[in-house]
Design a protein around this ligand. Sequence first.
Ligand code: ADP
Ligand code: MG
Length: 253
Amino acid sequence: MIVTVEHLDLTYQSPDGEVEALRDVSLSVAEGEFVSIVGPSGCGKSTLLSAIAGLEKPSAGTVAVDGEVVTAPSPKIGYMPQKDQLFPWRTIWANVTLGTELRREGRREGQARARELLERYGLQEFAKKTPGQLSGGMRQRCALIRTLVTEPKILLLDEPFSALDYQTRLTVSADIYAIIRREGKTALLVTHDISESVSLSDRVIVLSRRPATVRAVHDLAELRSLPPMERRDHPAFRRYFNDIWKELDVHAG
Ligand code: ADP
Ligand code: MG
């Protein structure tokens, strides 16, 4: 297992008191796997990703990556937060090479990788443009490339498509999926969109309302081998969707 989360508790201390976000969360992700985490809004999904990224300290339990306990951000993990966070005043080139700029070592290799990735994914001609001149989908692709330049083994994606409209989301998510597969990365995607989770992943982990606990884990065995766009027409799609829908605790109260 490349990611192992064991009995994770996380309670925030705030001026108004404590907020229990995660309770006894255990899960694992295998190398090369694409796993989605779905759960109601505010249940603790981003908290879980931040803990895995080493950005939030658990109150109890452990996160391990490649068998090593995570206590701080690691170069093995590429974290894409909820907003694309490209710097609007920097060119696409300056954005995707940001990671290599901050690291003294391997700058030249990083720049070569950036050039190669921009070319492979059709963004070379936009290198001198700024993010504002690109579509939402292309900005997502740039944000992913920026993360890939640092060569992480694992990608953590926090609702990367939530700002896009429905139609765009379908094509952009398929695009991002294809890049992640082609680059052979392990991915952990957080979303509140069941269709998105069923179209993209090998497994779906369903979280309860806050404090988040693991309610169920679905192996999408019948869809795994299909690309996202073909999954939606497969008979198993509805079945997985309905099962997850019933478990997702957004209907009552
Ligand atoms: P989700 O991503 O599932 O919408 P979050 O993980 O962002 O949920 O938040 C889970 C809960 O923790 C929410 O009630 C949120 O208000 C609270 N929370 C998130 N971050 C902090 C923080 N830094 N301090 C205090 N409470 C927080
Ligand atoms: Mg969130």
